[in-house]
Design a protein around this ligand. Structure first.
Ligand SMILES: COc1ccc2nc(C(=O)O)sc2c1
Length: 245
């Protein structure tokens, strides 16, 4: 997968080259190019923003600069080749979900546009949508200062789903949300720590009982913390034992 990120703060994306993602880049599983939006300014001040039409607080990012940047970064899409998906993090975006992470993991190329200030002139999004799929997404019901942190989260959620990135593919298959539920509690050695013992069932070697216990804990946690996820499960998702909980 090829990933391009356009931002006025390239240094914010440095964590993409660390740890698991850094190893995936070194292994050639993903390529990441970070572009400084100011490359496409033509004035001495390298201005990327201007006052909003209609008044109001803050500044809006200029369409000319973004238009040239996306033209250059996306480049000419060879005929017959699918254009990349443009992802624009914004508080006004569609909530980013694990299902979307799987959708994005199937793409060969993603381009991220990181907004700052009050966001990017809407015409940039509208123009881009005439020649590539554009998703405006939010990583949560809170407002960040810019799109860069959201890009780090989205890229990590997507890249870990790519073949070869996670050491143990089963980890992705048993993710929270993979079966629509939150993961339950996890334990490792020692057996007792500060007077707290690991649940006996997890040391029983009885794989059926362990699976049942883990499912029950996941159902309990989901019911307590995300009842919306439980309500969204298809009726067939819960078996008789689940319902007996
Ligand atoms: C101006 O660019 C922004 C500002 C806030 C913000 N908050 C996001 C979120 O997903 O919460 S994405 C994003 C982009």
């Amino acid at each position: 997968m090829r990933i391009d990120v356009v931002t006025i703060f390239p240094g914010y994306l440095a964590p993409l080259r660390e740890a698991l993602l850094g190893r995936a880049i070194d292994a050639g599983l993903i390529s990441v190019a970070v572009h400084d939006l100011r490359t496409w300014t033509h004035d001495v001040h390298q201005a990327v923003d201007d006052a909003p039409y209609g008044g109001g607080p803050g500044m809006v990012m200029r369409p000319q600069v973004w238009g040239e940047a996306l033209d250059a970064v996306v480049g000419d899409v060879p005929s017959g080749e699918a254009p990349p998906r443009l992802i624009v993090p914004t508080p006004a975006g569609r909530p980013f979900t694990q299902a979307m992470a799987h959708e994005y993991a199937a793409e060969s190329r993603l381009v991220f546009a990181c907004g700052r200030y009050e966001g990017i002139d809407q015409r940039v999004i509208d123009d881009a949508a005439t020649w590539m799929p554009v998703d405006e997404v939010s990583i949560g019901d809170y407002v960040l200062v810019g799109g860069e942190v959201a890009v780090l989260a989205i890229v990590e959620a997507v890249a870990r789903l790519l073949p070869g990135v996670l050491g143990n593919p089963a980890s992705a298959e048993q993710d929270s949300f993979s079966d629509g539920l939150l993961e339950g509690p996890a334990y490792t050695r020692p057996e007792t720590w500060r007077g707290r013992a690991v649940p006996d069932v997890l040391r029983s070697g009885n794989h059926g009982a362990i699976a049942r216990w883990r499912r029950d804990r996941a159902l309990e946690r989901t019911a307590a913390r995300r009842p919306d996820l439980l309500a969204a499960l298809p009726p067939t998702a819960l078996d008789r034992a689940d319902r007996a909980l």
